[in-house]
Design a protein around this ligand. Structure first.
Ligand code: 13P
Length: 383
């Protein structure tokens, strides 16, 4: 068995936290030494203020990142609010006739107190949660449902969404014909709309094709590209997919780029080489900026619609490998790229697969056609 871990990213993450902790301790020590008269007051004050400001900036950036990743960002927000209240209280208790220096010291104490509260809250909230990637559950409806049925399905997902952790990003990808109606049904919810394919060209005489700009105009945020069914039945090659990716990015759509081997390739032990080639031939052509806006879906062809699922260990093994291949080109940014598992994923097996370190959610086919099952898969992420 091969081992490809993302330990180095985790270690970097832990190191960053340790640096932040050290900064906070330095703030306390500098403040204490200047209060105790060991350091000249001006020096203590300057260090104190600088470090406290730096610590706050760092915390604010982290909180913003968490908010955009929707990973308990509101908890961080409230810890900031609590810290702000504590700071306000310290300032409020300053005597009326306080000198400028006394007020200055109060402000420093307030910043320190607020920073400490936030840092403690932050560490409690995110203890043992180094993975900052987006959690995604995307439904690929394929060529199923009539438009009215699709609308009912979307409404069902919207209705039950509140029961699932808000940290999960839901996406539904109906057929082209349903997009505008489903967009309407999703209005006011946080469920994103995606398409299952897009044209390789921007516009023109391409009968039967649908341009990425048209999808964006209907409210799509995502587009599935390179699904094995399109590679297999419609002869999609890496050359075509490169053009489709360009179209997606040109229209602000996030591609959900699918990779995966067939049964023969798996049995011949070629699965690593197959996904590597699928990534190298397409993803490696992206700019760093584009790569930051990419979702990968690993879908072993032998598991799609067959009821056969990859084991959680198999999924983790190849997801970690995919991340390693991504890191070879994009470095640390690979740690941020969501990699979804697809292939007979259902409520009964989602939690076990999603618990794996490098699995960031699922691209769901059959089980996405029932709102209850789709939502139950979302519950596979521990709150
Ligand atoms: P199933 O979940 O039906 O196996 O389909 C997976 C898939 O192909 C999603 O794109």
């Amino acid at each position: 068995m091969q081992h490809f871990g993302s330990m180095s990213e985790q270690e970097t993450e832990h190191r960053k936290r340790r640096i932040a902790d050290a900064v906070i301790i330095a703030v306390i020590v500098a403040g204490g030494l200047s209060i105790g008269g060991v350091l000249p007051a001006w020096f203590g004050r300057a260090v104190w203020l600088l470090l406290a400001a730096g610590c706050w900036l760092w915390l604010a950036l982290r909180a913003w990142h968490r908010l955009t990743m929707r990973q308990r960002g509101w908890l961080v927000f409230w810890s900031y609010a609590a810290a702000g209240c504590a700071a306000a209280w310290v300032l409020h208790t300053a005597p009326e006739q306080a000198t400028l220096w006394v007020r200055f010291d109060r402000i420093c104490s307030a910043i320190l107190l607020a920073g400490l509260i936030t840092a403690i809250a932050y560490n409690i909230i995110y203890k043992n949660k180094p993975n900052m990637r987006k959690k995604i559950v995307a439904g690929n409806w394929k060529m199923n449902t009539l438009p009215a049925e699709g609308v009912e399905l979307a409404k069902g997902v919207v209705a039950g969404r509140g029961e699932v952790c808000s940290c999960v990003n839901f996406i539904v990808c109906p057929p082209f014909t349903h997009l505008s109606m489903v967009a309407e049904a999703l209005k006011g919810s946080d469920i994103a709309l995606g398409a299952q394919n897009c044209a390789a060209e921007a516009k023109g005489a391409y009968t039967g094709e649908v341009a990425a700009s048209m999808l964006a105009a209907l409210g799509c945020k995502y587009v599935i590209l390179g699904h094995s069914e399109r590679r297999q039945y419609y002869g999609e090659t890496s050359a075509t997919l490169n053009k489709k990716m360009e179209q997606a990015y040109a229209n602000n759509l996030t591609p959900i780029y699918c990779v995966g081997e067939n049964l023969e390739e798996r049995e011949a032990g070629k699965h690593f080489d197959v996904v590597k080639a699928q990534i190298e031939e397409v993803v490696y052509n992206l700019t760093e900026e584009q790569f930051k806006n990419l979702v990968i879906a690993y879908e072993p062809v032998w598991a799609i619609g067959t009821g056969k699922t990859a084991t959680a260990e198999q999924a983790q093994e190849i997801h970690a490998y995919i991340r390693k291949v991504l890191a070879e080109k994009f470095g640390a940014a690979a740690a941020e790229c969501p990699i979804l598992y697809g292939g007979s994923c259902k409520p009964a097996n989602a939690a076990e697969i999603f618990a794996k370190e490098d699995v960031d959610g699922g691209l769901i086919g059959g089980a996405a056609l029932k709102a209850a099952d789709f939502l139950a898969i979302g519950k596979g992420f521990a709150k």
